[in-house]
Each structure stands twice: as C-alpha cells, then as structure tokens.
Write a protein that binds this ligand. Structure first.
Ligand code: UDX
Length: 437
C-alpha cells in the first residue's frame, strides 16, 4: 500500500521505517528540513537501537522516502498522523497545535476513501472533532484513532510486534471501511496472531491515556512503598519480588528508584487530569496528582540521601552522576529525573560531573551549566560520591574493587536499585539504595 506518515519524530520516524519493512511504499513528511535530510540519509536524528540499520535496509528497497512537501501525501490511501502533543507551557493540558496544523495541511490532498489515522496521544474528544473537520472537506474520507504504545529503546520491535492494535472508528463497527484498510496495513502482524480491538473514538483515545496512567501509578505505588520501607527498615526490592509473584500484580514496572520521566508518562498524566477537569470528571483522577507528587518527591529524596552520603553537606563535594537519559538505551533527556537531580545538587553547592553513553549532547543543550564527561573512567576520578541514576548496562557491570582505586571516597547511591549491595559493601563501599536498609 502507499502510505504517508506525517511527523517524523520519535513515533513517526520509527513508524515510517517499520511500515516500509512490512512491505508498504512509505513517504515520511515533516516540516523540519534537518530531520528530513538526516532521515533521507538513513541517519536517525535520535538514538534508538536498531533504527539506523532498519532505515538503511528499507531505503535500499526504494520503498521509503522523506520530504517536507505535504503534497507528497496525495495518492496515499492511508495517512498516519504522528506529530507531538507536548505539555502546554505553564499549563497541564496537552498542546494540540501540531496535530491541528498537520490535519489542516493534509486535508487539501485527501481523496474519497482515504483514511487519516491518528497515532499521537491526544485528549479524549480530539478524534471526533478532527473527524468532523476531515469530513467537512472530504465527506468520503475517514478518521481512525489508532494509539501507539511503543517504548523508547524498544521502539522498532514494539511497532513491528505490538501487544495489540486498537482501532477507534466513528461507529465502533467492525464493518467500518477503515477497519479493512488498516487490517491490510498491519496484515503481517495480524497474521501472527496480534489481537486487534475495534472501538469508538473516545474509548480508543482513553485506552492510551489510561495505559500510561496505570504504568505511572504502578511506579509511584512501589516508590511510595520505598518511602515506607525506608521508614521501617525494610527492603522494597524484596517486597516487589514477593508481591510481583502474584499474577494479578506482576513484577514488571515495580522497580522503585528515582521515579519516571521521559516525553510521555509525566505529561500524559497531567494532560489527562486537565482533560478530566474540562469534562467535569476531575475527581476521578485526583489520585494522579498524588502519583505525580510521589514521583517528584523521589528527586528531592535522592538529593537528601546524597547529602547524607557526603557527610551532611554538599558544598564543594565532587559528585559524579552516572546516567543522564530518562532511561537506558535512549538519548532522550526530556523530564529526565537523573538530570533534574544533577541540576539540584549543583544548585546546592556540589561540583557535579555527569556522564552517559548516549545522552550527553542532549543533556548539555538542556542544562548547559552542568559539567559533562564522555568517558566514565574520567568522570569518576577523585569523586566524593557516585550516583547511579540511569541503569545503563555498563554501569550495572561496574567493578566495585577496580572503581575504589579511582574515587576519593568509595560511596555510591544506587538510584535504580540495580547493584548487588552486598558485593559493593564487601569491596569497602558505603552503599545506599532507595527503599533498602
Ligand atoms: C512509556 C510507555 O511505556 C509506552 O507504552 C508509551 O507508548 C510511551 O510512554 P517510555 O516513555 O518509552 O514509554 O518509557 P517507559 O519504559 O515506560 O519508562 C518510563 C519511565 O519510568 C522511565 O523513566 C523509567 O526509568 C521509569 N520506570 C520504569 C521506573 O522508574 N520503574 C519501573 O519499574 C519502570
């Protein structure tokens, strides 16, 4: 099929490459010339494992191209809208400027029978509004909401092998003409047994925000337990192992630590609360305010623990932060708890050095006042304390015996609870985890 993908950021670039991999002829359209030039040269504008290889592979087939010209959408049967919905400045609500602009720019190129497929995370009610807009200009085109659940760091496999497909169509009917067309797009995945659910527009939009809210709640739940464990002298990692063995609870997303960040969970739960307020259902989501508060409290707690670890004062202490990205296998620093902690420590008088295998350029753009060091060996030299804040494999694999020769004081705060505390203590380190004795 001929497919256009509008918006070639994280979601769109991966989606375009994966659709070409599935055998479709794909044009990716973005207003950012630099992004289009990079992608056209098969270079990913961000770090995502496997994406560059995939871009090269599919571009060689001639099935994938990129352009800034929206007219290239003409002739595609399906138009995926993958633009961002960031948090509005100074407000909790989502900023729909880019979604609205993309659809408005696309409309002149739509033909009868075309399907516009929204993938961005939007406030409930957006799809029905946009559907009316599309049909007012092209009555025989359709708009489907087909949320995307990909995780950064696993974006390619999550797109090619998702847990499920959700199609939000106007009448929630399996017989809606857009359903057959989307089935054709995803034929390869569907034939391998991926479930597909057809529902109405608002339910499909809510599936995405509800899923992200659940994940955020799960993380904040275990972080609240970590606070309790600290007060009671218990170990949250053992607690998570034990409660996670109950199938109904599950062990995934029960890792206590410095909390969640990134371009999705924090802004999505805030936008969800804002939308609930507009709908007069704000009470239903007041718990998300607590989820957000617990999450933000982790950052303050880590700064306090770092102070304790440094003997009661941060002034002039050389602190090395291992990890800047909001999670490993990503160079994304949007709302990264690691960087926000590093900046706080610096504000409170510590001399902070940050290292990360991939995210330093992005980190330096966001917090130019921090000191960055590409080599982790150089970063740890003469440190008064180490803070492991993003659990890259190379930090998990650090050898406490070797490392103790490089630092000034063998003290480590394991912000992700991924190190073997007994091993580090045996090597002479003062080890602190979060929610662990
Ligand atoms: C999330 C959703 O998982 C994905 O389905 C959605 O499409 C987009 O938002 P992503 O932002 O890539 O994906 O990151 P995710 O893997 O969910 O991690 C989010 C944050 O939670 C990270 O900062 C991570 O470190 C943190 N986290 C995750 C924890 O602190 N503990 C956990 O147990 C799991």
């Amino acid at each position: 099929m001929r497919i256009s993908v509008i918006g070639c950021g994280y979601l769109g670039a991966v989606h375009a490459a994966c659709m070409a991999k599935l055998g479709h002829e794909v044009v990716g359209i973005d207003v950012d010339k630099r992004k289009v030039a990079e992608l056209s040269a098969a270079r990913a504008p961000f770090y995502e494992p496997g994406l560059e290889e995939l871009l090269s592979e599919v571009q060689e087939t001639g099935r994938l191209s990129f352009t800034t010209d929206m007219a290239a959408a003409r002739g595609s049967a399906i138009h995926f809208v993958c633009v961002g919905t960031p948090q509005k400045k100074g407000e909790n609500a989502a900023d729909l400027t880019y979604v609205d602009a993309a659809i408005t720019a696309l409309i002149p190129y739509l033909a009868a029978g075309d399907v516009v497929v929204g993938k961005s995370t939007v406030p409930v009610g957006t799809a029905s509004r946009l559907s009316e807009l599309v049909q007012s200009e092209e009555p025989d085109a359709h708009l489907v909401w087909n949320p995307e659940f990909l995780r950064e760091g696993h974006a390619v496999s999550d797109t090619l092998h998702p847990d499920r497909f959700v199609y939000g169509v106007q009448d929630a009917s399996e017989d809606h003409p857009a359903v057959a067309l989307l089935d054709e797009v995803y034929a390869v995945s569907l034939s391998s047994g991926t479930p597909r659910l057809v529902m109405d527009h608002p339910t499909a939009e809510l599936v995405k925000t509800a899923a992200n809210s659940f994940l955020a709640t799960k993380i904040s739940f275990i972080n609240a337990m970590a606070e309790l464990c600290e007060a009671a002298g218990a170990d949250v990692t053992r607690l998570a192992d034990a409660i996670g063995m109950d199938d109904r609870i599950g062990r995934k997303f029960l890792n206590a630590g410095i909390g969640f960040g990134g371009g999705c969970l924090p802004k999505d739960i805030r936008a969800f609360m804002a939308r609930a307020g507009e709908l007069g259902a704000d009470q239903a989501l007041t718990f998300l305010r607590e989820v957000d508060a617990i999450n933000m409290r982790r950052r303050t707690r880590v700064v306090e623990l770092a102070r304790e670890l440094c003997g009661g004062s941060l002034l002039g202490k050389r602190i090395t932060v291992l990890g800047a990205a909001f999670k490993p296998e990503s160079d994304d620093v949007r709302d990264s708890p690691a960087l926000s902690i590093a900046a706080q420590l610096q504000l409170q008088g510590a001399v902070v050095t940050v290292t990360d295998p991939k995210a330093l350029d992005n980190a330096a753009r966001r917090f130019p006042e921090l000191h960055y060091e590409t080599s982790s060996e150089a970063a740890v030299e003469n440190a008064d304390a180490l803070l492991l804040l993003t659990e890259w494999q190379e930090y998990r694999d650090l050898d406490p015996y070797e490392l103790s020769n490089a630092v000034s004081f063998p003290r480590i705060l394991d912000g992700r609870n991924v190190l073997d505390a007994a091993k580090w203590r045996a090597a002479g380190w003062t080890y602190r985890g979060l929610g662990r004795p």
